[in-house]
Design a protein around this ligand. Sequence first.
Ligand code: TXA
Ligand code: MG
Length: 312
Amino acid sequence: MIANSIDLAISLLQSNELVAIPTETVYGLAGNAYSEEAILKIFQVKQRPKFDPLIVHTYAIEHIYDFVAEIPEIALSLFEKLAPGPVTILLPKKNNIPDLVTSGLNQVAVRIPNHPLTLELLSLLPFPLAAPSANPFGYISPTSALHVEMQLGNKIKLILDGGESQVGVESTIIGFEEGKPIIYRLGGTAIEALEKITGKLLIRESTSSPTAPGMLKSHYAPHKPFLLGNISTLVAANADKKIGVLSFDEIYNDVELCYRLSPAGNMQEAAKNLFKCLRLLDMSNVDLIIAELVPDENLGKAINDRLRRAAY
Ligand code: TXA
Ligand code: MG
């Protein structure tokens, strides 16, 4: 059910049920982060492999200490400057976070999401919320309550409706190796903005090996065949098919369907539209989706990361 009752959300979460919650990045599938029973349900409903750990959400920096042993100075200054917002930081966990949440790792991913409804919900609960994106594992992430309803509606009791996600790509994930900050996932906070706080950042390569949780090469993928490259060339090479195009800012005629991420070439707008457009193309009558990379700057880096994984 889609509704915006915080009271109902609280009572469900307190009985270890799941609730889909809005965030500025994508919708999350939330459960009590301290409850193994609730966490197990998250993995079941998403059909998510247990080696892929979950992000824990709270509403204020001081509450991170409820479940984290220590916050290094750089992490604290990142949170002070950027939270609430689309940034997630890996920190040493306390024992109240079940191993199931972190896939057995001793670091937990922490984030303060920037959405008024979810911040209010978090402030009224006596526990933080573990929440992966509210999509079946591997599929396109949801940026509206309706997207969640279409795929998980029969498996969860409540989808809190907070409107369309304003950022549209998942949070940027930062960890530390030998004290140095490293990007584990490109996302809604641009690397350029982070580097103003941290100095030059390394980016960890994706992998298909399950020993590096959550960095799987194939992800965010539509069900239809999906090709990434030069749109005109790919369209010409597939002239016998019904084609749907996802372009950055240009219109392509002579294809069945064409969505532009941002007619004005605005990167924020492009990020906000990315998953919605991919989903619309996947739900349409085309045989094949053809897309192009966007300029590789600011949020464009996160958009290109998602496009590459969708095509892998
Ligand atoms: O914007 C977001 O981050 C959204 C909203 C709902 O908050 N959440 C999200 O969660 O994208 P999910 O489950 O789709 O992605 C979580 C990723 C994992 O795949 C993994 O890469 C990383 O976070 N992660 C979580 N805990 C980790 C840990 N302890 N060590 C390394 N990576 C971790
Ligand atoms: Mg996800």
